[in-house]
Design a protein around this ligand. Structure first.
Ligand SMILES: [Zn+2]
Ligand SMILES: [Zn+2]
Ligand SMILES: [Zn+2]
Length: 521
């Protein structure tokens, strides 16, 4: 019966796809398979499927998703599974231990439930289903509305003092958490594992090296088809975008509103599809109107793992793409202890670069990959591991200090009023939230590495405090009238944020004799 089914499925598969998968398979068995093989195929197939028709109505572009599934995703899945994906996924699912974590990802507007009696900190929340089936519904609970992106902490031992599991997830806990599910994956499915996943391409971009005229001419130059794509940012208002579009592509106000809505939601939108000349005209009209916008080239960072390249290219992608990747991280990697640790290490290693990108980013913090910090740093085991092994406190503070160094005057912080200075300064203060999360729970057991990591961060914090001593002083003006109120907001905000960090630092220091003695020196 099984064989018959498999046969039937094979018959339905497109012959070119079957041939393709077989070719990849052979290459893989001979150890000659690489991302280039997939890319070569995509280079031809992706434009075939995803090129909009010239002069089409850009508000109603439809792609042949069925064709995309059949020609792009199916071959990749079949190749990675070494067989029929549906059957393989089902088998892998059976091999896995039943879930003892909920991890439901909240959408914007979803209700979240915290427990004042049992939650480790205010960020620990439950989804509605878990809450209704848990003991917390009879405690002092607090309902909030999620702004999207977080997830349910049901089953996380480090999130709750008591009643860790709801009635649904306690079942997963009762089945003995036997061995590592990865060990149960048969060897011919090695491509599904993290270690082997490296040979799969990390993105759909065309490499700079592939952009050589000889490679591209066969694809694009035959058809003179271009699109003008408008990207979202947080600096232009709805009205500005609508006005600009009305002029640039001479459309009705109703259509302009539809475009603007779509840009805000998705992060980008095709507004014109025509030949090169028309499209670049549209682009320059829009740029004249807004002084920015239009086509922003996507650059690709080579090397590293898939996770690393997503972190590196975060600010270069459009809104939906970024948010989707972050959701995938949460529902994939962050649901499993070991991969969460692995992710946290990678996140910490690239923290400085990530924050620097975020300062220049034109989107809010919630869209940035940096916003995942709260998911990682609030977990005490991970926080303590990062302090001891990845020097996370020093990494965060050094990132912060390197921005402060740019704003020093006589070794004191000096921020000019309402300059771009203050806006970048507002952005880096998100680092202080991360610092607070990391220090949220003081360690029960101290190791030498933990002491070293903590004291390293501590000495940098002292440096920051000395910079803040008499920052932005208010000087009494004599003789002339004071035209502008001097800058005080930044100093005020900085003090408020640090005020919640410093008691935590003292608590950490006070919990270990050696650390305390060294901290006083
Ligand atoms: Zn839940
Ligand atoms: Zn639950
Ligand atoms: Zn409770």
């Amino acid at each position: 019966m099984d064989c018959y089914l498999l046969q039937a499925e094979d018959d339905m598969m497109d012959p070119t796809v079957a041939e393709l998968v077989e070719r990849w398979d052979t290459l893989h068995k001979e150890g000659r398979f690489s991302a280039l093989n997939v890319r070569d195929y995509w280079r031809i197939k992706v434009p075939e499927i995803y090129s909009p028709l010239p002069n089409c109505n850009c508000l109603r572009i439809l792609f042949d998703e069925e064709q995309a599934q059949k020609m792009l995703f199916d071959p990749l899945e079949r190749f990675m599974c070494a067989g029929d994906p549906t059957q393989v996924y089902q088998m892998v699912k059976q091999l896995d231990n039943p879930p003892s974590l909920c991890g439901r990802v909240f959408k914007n507007g979803d209700p979240t439930y915290g427990c004042r009696d049992c939650g480790m900190d205010p960020t620990c929340v439950l989804c509605a289903d878990c809450f209704k089936n848990s003991a917390h519904s009879k405690h002092r609970y607090k309902i909030s509305t999620s702004s999207g992106g977080g997830y349910c902490d049901c089953g996380d031992r480090e999130a709750w003092k008591t009643d860790v599991f709801c009635d649904i997830h306690v079942k997963g806990q009762m089945v003995q958490q036997s061995k590592n599910p990865l060990e149960k994956i048969p060897p011919d499915m090695e491509l599904l594992t993290y270690e082997e996943g490296f040979s799969i391409p990390k993105d759909l971009e065309i490499r700079e090296s592939d952009r050589e005229p000889t490679n591209l001419s066969s694809l694009y130059d035959i058809k003179d088809t271009y699109v003008t794509m408008l990207y979202n940012d947080e600096t232009h208002t709805y009205d500005q975008v609508i006005n600009t579009l009305e002029k640039a592509i001479s459309c009705s106000q109703k259509d302009a509103v539809a475009f603007a809505t779509s840009i805000d939601r998705e992060g980008r939108c095709i507004v014109k599809c025509s030949n090169f000349q028309h499209c670049s005209q549209t682009k320059s009209t829009m740029e004249k109107q807004t002084s920015r916008g239009g086509v922003r080239p996507l650059k690709v960072q080579d090397g590293g793992t898939i996770v690393e390249s997503i972190i590196w290219t975060d600010t270069k992608m459009w809104k939906t793409a970024r948010v989707q990747w972050h959701r995938l991280f949460i529902s994939g990697m962050l649901m499993d202890q070991e991969s969460k640790k692995m992710f946290a290490r990678t996140f910490t290693k690239h923290y400085s670069k990530m924050m620097k990108d975020f300062i220049l980013d034109d989107h809010d913090h919630s869209v940035s990959v940096a916003s995942l910090g709260v998911q990682l740093f609030t977990m005490p085991t991970i926080a303590h591991m990062l302090v001891a092994e990845e020097d996370v406190l020093a990494r965060l503070l050094n990132t912060f200090l390197s921005e402060c160094d740019k704003k020093l005057k006589d070794n004191k912080l000096a921020l000019e009023h309402r300059s771009s200075n203050t806006s970048s300064f507002r952005r880096i203060q998100y680092i202080l939230y991360d610092l607070k999360y990391l220090l949220g729970v003081k360690p029960e057991v101290w190791t030498d590495d933990l002491r070293k990591g903590f004291l390293h961060g501590y000495s940098l914090l002292l440096r920051l405090l000395s910079m803040m001593q008499s920052m932005d002083p208010m000087v009494r003006q004599v003789g002339t009238h004071m035209e502008y109120e001097p800058e005080w907001e930044s100093a005020f905000n900085l003090h408020i944020k640090l005020a919640s960090v410093i008691p935590l630092v003292t608590e950490w220091a006070a919990s270990d004799r050696i650390v305390l003695l060294k901290a006083y020196r």
